[in-house]
Design a protein around this ligand. Structure first.
Ligand code: HEC
Ligand code: HEC
Ligand code: HEC
Ligand code: HEC
Length: 463
C-alpha cells in the first residue's frame, strides 16, 4: 500500500523524467486568459458520453502519436499502467482492491465500487449519462474535459476552434484558474456530492491527499505543447500555473471550511488541520519533551491544532515576488484567520472569507501578471529565505515547499535558464529535501529547513 510519503518519493524519482519531459516543451508566453467558471462548462443539459466515445482508432485511440493536430494516442497514455499518467484510468479499479474495500468496510459503506462517497472522485462525476458511459472507466476524458455531448460531433471538424468548443461545453483546461478548479475538486475536495475525503475516511485508511498544480499537470500530461498547440491555446507558463494553483488551493480550502463541511458532529472537521499536530507522541517522563515549534505566521496558543497552511505559505512567497503590492494584505489576512480560529467558528468564518477574497485577488493578479522566467530563481530564494522558512514547522507545509522547489527548478530548465545537465547535477540536493519529508513520523523541522536551504543554495548558484 502506498501512503502520502511514498507517493512523494515516487515523485522525486520522477525528477529526471520530468526534466526531460519539460525540455521537450517550449518556452512559455503569458496566458492572459481570465478564468471561466469550471462548473459552467458542465452546465445542465449536457450528457457524459463515456470514454468509448473518444476511443475510436481514428480519434484518440491511435497506437502512435501521429495525429495532425493532437497526438491522438491520448487513450493509450491515459491507460498507461507504469506511469502516474495512467492513474485516472485506474481510479475506479483501486476501489475494488484490498485497501479500497477495507476503507469502505470500516465506514460501513458496503462495496466501495458502488459507494457515492467514493465514486465522486474515483470515477467521472457525471450527471446525465449516455449509453456508452461506464463508471468502471474511472476518471475518464470528460472527468476533466467536461461533458462532451455538446461538442463531440464538432470539435474535430475543419474550422473548429478551441473557443467554439468551450462555448459548446468543453472545459477550458488551458486556463490556469479553470484547470485548478477541476483538479482541486478531487485533489482537495469540493462541495458537490461524493467529492470530500473527510478525516473519518482518513482514519479508515484513505491515503493523505497532496497536490501541486504544475507538478501534477506534468505528471499526467498526454499532449505535446508544440508550435501548433501554442498557436491554438498559447504556451503554458509553469511558474504562473504553480502560483495560480497555490492561490486556488487556499481559496478552495477556506470556502469549504466555511461551509457545512467545516464541522463534523460537535468538532471541527479535522481534514482541514495539520495532521501531525494531533498525531504526535506524548512522553510521560520527568523531562519535558517538546516536539512542536511556535510559528511566526500563526499567532495561536500552544495546544491548538493549526489550520493546514501549506498553500498559504507558498502563496505568501509567490505574492512577495509576483504581486508585491498585495503581499502585505494577504499576510495580515492569513494571520488574522489563524488568530480567529482560536476564538470561535463565526469569527473564523468571517476572517476565512476575507482571506479567501485576498487569495482570489492574488489568483487574478497572477493570471494577468507578466511573468519573467528569472522570477523562478527569486522564488526559490524566497521560499527558503528568512521571511518564509521559519514557517516550515510542520509536515504538510514542508512537503508543499519541496514540490515548489522541484517545480521551479523544472521551470528554469524549461525556460532555458539552466541546462538539463546542471539541473541533474543538483538533483541530489533536491532529493535530500524530499527525503526529509519521506516519513511523516520522522519529520524534524530543523533538519528539513537545512535540507531545503541547501537545495535552494545549489539552485541559486546556477543563476
Ligand atoms: C475528494 C476526492 C476523493 C474521494 C471522495 C475519495 N478519494 Fe480515494 N483518492 C483520491 C485521490 C486524489 C487519491 C490519490 C492520492 C495521492 O496519491 O495523491 C486517492 C487514493 C485512494 C486510494 C489509493 C490508491 C492507490 O493507487 O494506492 C484508495 C484505495 C482510495 N483512494 C479509496 C477510496 C475510497 C474507498 C473512497 C470512498 C470511501 C475514496 N477513496 C474517496 C481522491 C478521493
Ligand atoms: C485528469 C484530467 C484529464 C483527463 C482524465 C484527460 N485529460 Fe486530456 N488534457 C488534460 C489537460 C490538463 C490538458 C492540457 C490542457 C489543454 O490543452 O486542454 C489535456 C490535453 C488534452 C489534449 C490536447 C489538446 C490540444 O489542444 O492539443 C487532448 C487531445 C486530450 N487531452 C484528450 C483526452 C482524452 C481523449 C482523454 C481520455 C482518454 C483525456 N484527455 C483525459 C486533462 C485531462
Ligand atoms: C474526478 C476526480 C479527479 C479529477 C477531476 C482529477 N483527478 Fe487526478 N486523480 C484522481 C484520483 C482518484 C487519483 C488516484 C488514482 C489512483 O491512485 O489509483 C488521481 C491521481 C492523479 C495523479 C497520480 C498521482 C500519484 O501520486 O501518482 C496525478 C498526477 C493526477 N491525478 C493529476 C491530476 C490533474 C493535474 C488534474 C486536473 C487537470 C486531475 N488529476 C484531476 C481523481 C481526479
Ligand atoms: C484535531 C486533531 C486531529 C487532526 C488535525 C487529525 N487527526 Fe487523525 N485522528 C485524530 C483522532 C482523535 C483520531 C482517533 C484516534 C482513535 O480512534 O483512537 C484520529 C485517527 C486517525 C487515523 C487512524 C489511526 C489508527 O491508528 O488507526 C488516521 C490514519 C488519521 N487520523 C489520519 C489523519 C490525517 C491524514 C490527518 C490530516 C489530514 C489527520 N488525521 C488529522 C485526531 C486528529
Amino acid at each position: 500500500m502506498r501512503g502520502g510519503g511514498q507517493a512523494i518519493i515516487g515523485r522525486s524519482a520522477l525528477g529526471g523524467v520530468l526534466v526531460a519531459l519539460l525540455l521537450a516543451l517550449l518556452l512559455g508566453l503569458p496566458d492572459l486568459a481570465r478564468s471561466a467558471d469550471a462548473a459552467g462548462a458542465q452546465a445542465a443539459g449536457r450528457t457524459y458520453v463515456g470514454v468509448a466515445s473518444c476511443a475510436g482508432s481514428t480519434c484518440h485511440g491511435r497506437m502512435e502519436a501521429d495525429g495532425k493536430v493532437v497526438r491522438q494516442d491520448e487513450l493509450k497514455l491515459w491507460q498507461e499502467p507504469s506511469t502516474p499518467g495512467g492513474a485516472h484510468s485506474r481510479a475506479f479499479a483501486v476501489l475494488g482492491g484490498t485497501r479500497g474495500r477495507q476503507i469502505a468496510a470500516t465506514l460501513g459503506l458496503g462495496e466501495a465500487t458502488a459507494a457515492p462517497a467514493c465514486l465522486g472522485c474515483h470515477s467521472t462525476p457525471a450527471g446525465a449519462r449516455g449509453p456508452r458511459f461506464l463508471a468502471q472507466d474511472g476518471v475518464g476524458c470528460e472527468g476533466c474535459h467536461g461533458a462532451a455531448s455538446g461538442w463531440i460531433a464538432t470539435h474535430y471538424a475543419v474550422g473548429a476552434t478551441h473557443a467554439a468548443n468551450v462555448v459548446n461545453g468543453m472545459t477550458a483546461l488551458d486556463r490556469p484558474q479553470v484547470r485548478a478548479g477541476v483538479c482541486l475538486d478531487c485533489h482537495f475536495g469540493s462541495a458537490r456530492p461524493g467529492q470530500f475525503v473527510d478525516h473519518r475516511m482518513m482514519a479508515a485508511g484513505h491515503p493523505r491527499v497532496s497536490f501541486e498544480l504544475d507538478l501534477f499537470s506534468t505528471m499526467q500530461a498526454h499532449h505535446n505543447e508544440d508550435a501548433d498547440y501554442a498557436r491554438r491555446k498559447g504556451r503554458t507558463d509553469s511558474l504562473k500555473l504553480w502560483a495560480v494553483g497555490q492561490a486556488s488551493a487556499v481559496e478552495r480550502a477556506l470556502t469549504l471550511y466555511s461551509s457545512a463541511k467545516g464541522s463534523e458532529g460537535a468538532f471541527p472537521e479535522f481534514y482541514f488541520f495539520d495532521c501531525q499536530s494531533c498525531h504526535r507522541r506524548i512522553y510521560d517522563q520527568a523531562e519535558r519533551s517538546k516536539t512542536w515549534e511556535a510559528n511566526p505566521g500563526r499567532p495561536i496558543p500552544a495546544g491548538m491544532p493549526p489550520f493546514n497552511d501549506e498553500n498559504m505559505i507558498m502563496l505568501s512567497a509567490a505574492a512577495r515576488v509576483i504581486a508585491p503590492g498585495q503581499a502585505g494584505r494577504f499576510d495580515a489576512d492569513s494571520r488574522a484567520f489563524h488568530a480567529a480560529l482560536a476564538r470561535d467558528r463565526p469569527a473564523a468564518i468571517a476572517a476565512g472569507t476575507r482571506l479567501a477574497a485576498s487569495a482570489r485577488a492574488l489568483a487574478d493578479a497572477f493570471g494577468a501578471a507578466a511573468i519573467n522566467g528569472d522570477m523562478a530563481f527569486t522564488l526559490v530564494a524566497e521560499v527558503a529565505g528568512g521571511a518564509i522558512a521559519p514557517r516550515f514547522t510542520d509536515y504538510e507545509g514542508s512537503v508543499q515547499a519541496v514540490m515548489a522547489v522541484d517545480t521551479l527548478l523544472n521551470s528554469l530548465v524549461k525556460s532555458g535558464r539552466i541546462t538539463i545537465g546542471a539541473a541533474a547535477g543538483i538533483r541530489a540536493d533536491v532529493n535530500r529535501a524530499y527525503a526529509a519529508v519521506h516519513e511523516p513520523n520522522a519529520y524534524r523541522p530543523a533538519d528539513f529547513r537545512a535540507a531545503l536551504a541547501s537545495a535552494a543554495r545549489s539552485i541559486g548558484a546556477l543563476r
